[in-house]
Design a protein around this ligand. Structure first.
Ligand code: PHE
Length: 413
């Protein structure tokens, strides 16, 4: 009826020039894969929760949040690239789909929680390949300690975890060359003797978690710590694990900015936070080769996770790989400033849905006279659960071509 508003859960939202949510992405809001029993993301979530037994768990926060919750409250500068319409989904200027679980940190601290896990679906506009999907799941973890007692509390915890971990039969190699430095500093309000135990406790907790998750795996586990940057932690790190010849980022973390704790009324506390990417970990853990499979309703996928017993190593048995159908598309950019790959990818995703597997730029050149730029993209179409026909893909490709020319300010070649 009213084309200028959008109803979600019976609540009307005004639309404006910032709006860029699409029906495809909105239709996924109710799926809540991390709450669906037997789903691999559910299994992983509950497994991680069991390794943090004294924490509070929050798993049902609404994905529609304010820009303030997602960015401002966490100290994101006004010009942070994550705020761009090309990177995030907006309902309007004030309301968006959360891009990370950190959007809920402040409210959970405000309610007086000292240690908690938040699991949720998060939304980001991105490229298309086997490990990127516009919706994925994160788990936020945080623990805060009394400033005056941090050393004692963290020490007790670490001793206990060390004891427990020594009974696990895991061979792990942890590479950590990170040092506190000017480019990754501690906060001036945190004396070193106070913050060092927090850092130790954070790294210890995460190394220990990953060890437990991979304890039934036969391969050696390799973990690497590198310096990171987040507006809401300092110092900050990223944790990576080695998988199939590559380092895979699975987590961002750091010492929580004191401003956030002060705003939450937790002035006498100091602590850490992390954000884990659940799909990335589940792909490694269960051998799931493509991120689209998490959204599959195919019994051949879901039933594999149905009757597991806790100590069993679940390995996904791929049903035979169906043939792919590759289509190239070349176009001139009418305005070299205007084109953004995420817009192109989303347009394809809106038409092809989960039939698109991969989109790659394969050629790029500038015409010597007109100075116009030409791009050639290779689109790889494949279904996860059936054969597609060339005819069917041709129809999709034709729709994509029409849409690209209409909406993207380009001229097809
Ligand atoms: N929210 C960050 C991200 O999505 C991860 C993070 C969480 C980093 C908590 C630090 C602390 O990339």
């Amino acid at each position: 009826k009213d084309s200028n508003s959008l109803f979600q859960d019976g609540i009307p939202y005004e639309l404006d020039e910032q709006t860029n949510v699409t029906p495809t992405v909105l239709s996924k809001l109710f799926r809540k894969l991390h709450l669906q029993p037997h789903h691999p993301l559910f299994i992983l979530r509950t497994q991680i929760e069991s390794y943090f037994p004294h924490f509070s768990y929050f798993n049902t926060f609404n994905p529609i949040v304010t820009v303030r919750q997602n960015f401002d409250d966490l100290g994101f500068p006004k010009d942070h690239p994550g705020r761009n319409r090309t990177d995030s989904y907006y309902i309007n200027k004030q309301i968006m789909l959360r891009t990370h679980t950190s959007a809920h940190q402040l409210e959970v601290f405000r309610k007086g929680n000292n240690k908690f896990l938040i699991s949720a679906d998060v939304y980001r506009r991105d490229e298309i390949d086997s490990s990127h999907y516009p919706i994925f799941h994160q788990m936020e973890g945080a623990q805060i300690f009394d400033m005056n007692n941090a050393e004692q509390e963290t020490f007790e915890d670490i001793s206990y975890l060390t004891l427990l971990d020594s009974t696990l039969n895991v061979r792990e190699e942890v590479y950590d060359d990170t040092r506190i430095s000017e480019s990754n500093p501690t906060q001036s309000c945190h004396p070193l003797e106070q913050v060092n135990p927090i850092i130790q406790h954070l790294k210890f907790s995460l190394n220990s978690l990953v060890k437990k998750l991979f304890m039934h795996h036969d391969e050696n586990l390799k973990i690497r710590w590198i310096d990171g940057y987040f507006p809401f932690t300092s110092p900050s790190w990223e944790m990576e694990i080695f998988f199939k010849g590559k380092w895979l980022e699975i987590c961002g973390c750091g010492v929580i900015k004191q401003d956030i704790l002060n705003n939450a009324g937790q002035n006498d506390k100091i602590g850490w936070a992390f954000g884990l990417g659940l799909e990335r970990i589940a792909m490694v853990l269960f051998d799931i080769p493509d991120i689209r499979l998490f959204w599959s309703q195919d019994k051949r996928f879901l039933d594999q996770f149905n009757n597991l017993n806790h100590n069993e190593i679940i390995k996904f048995q791929p049903f035979s790989k169906f043939p792919s159908c590759i289509k190239d598309m070349s176009f001139w950019l009418d305005d070299n400033q205007d084109f953004h790959e995420n817009n192109f990818c989303e347009l394809i995703r809106n038409i092809a849905e989960d039939l698109v597997e991969d989109v790659k730029l394969v050629d790029e050149f500038v015409h010597p006279k007109s100075k116009k730029k030409s791009l050639c993209y290779r689109i790889n179409y494949r279904s996860m659960d059936r054969n597609v026909t060339n005819e069917e893909i041709n129809k999709i490709q034709e729709k994509v071509r029409i849409d690209v020319e209409e909406k993207l300010n380009v001229t097809l070649r």
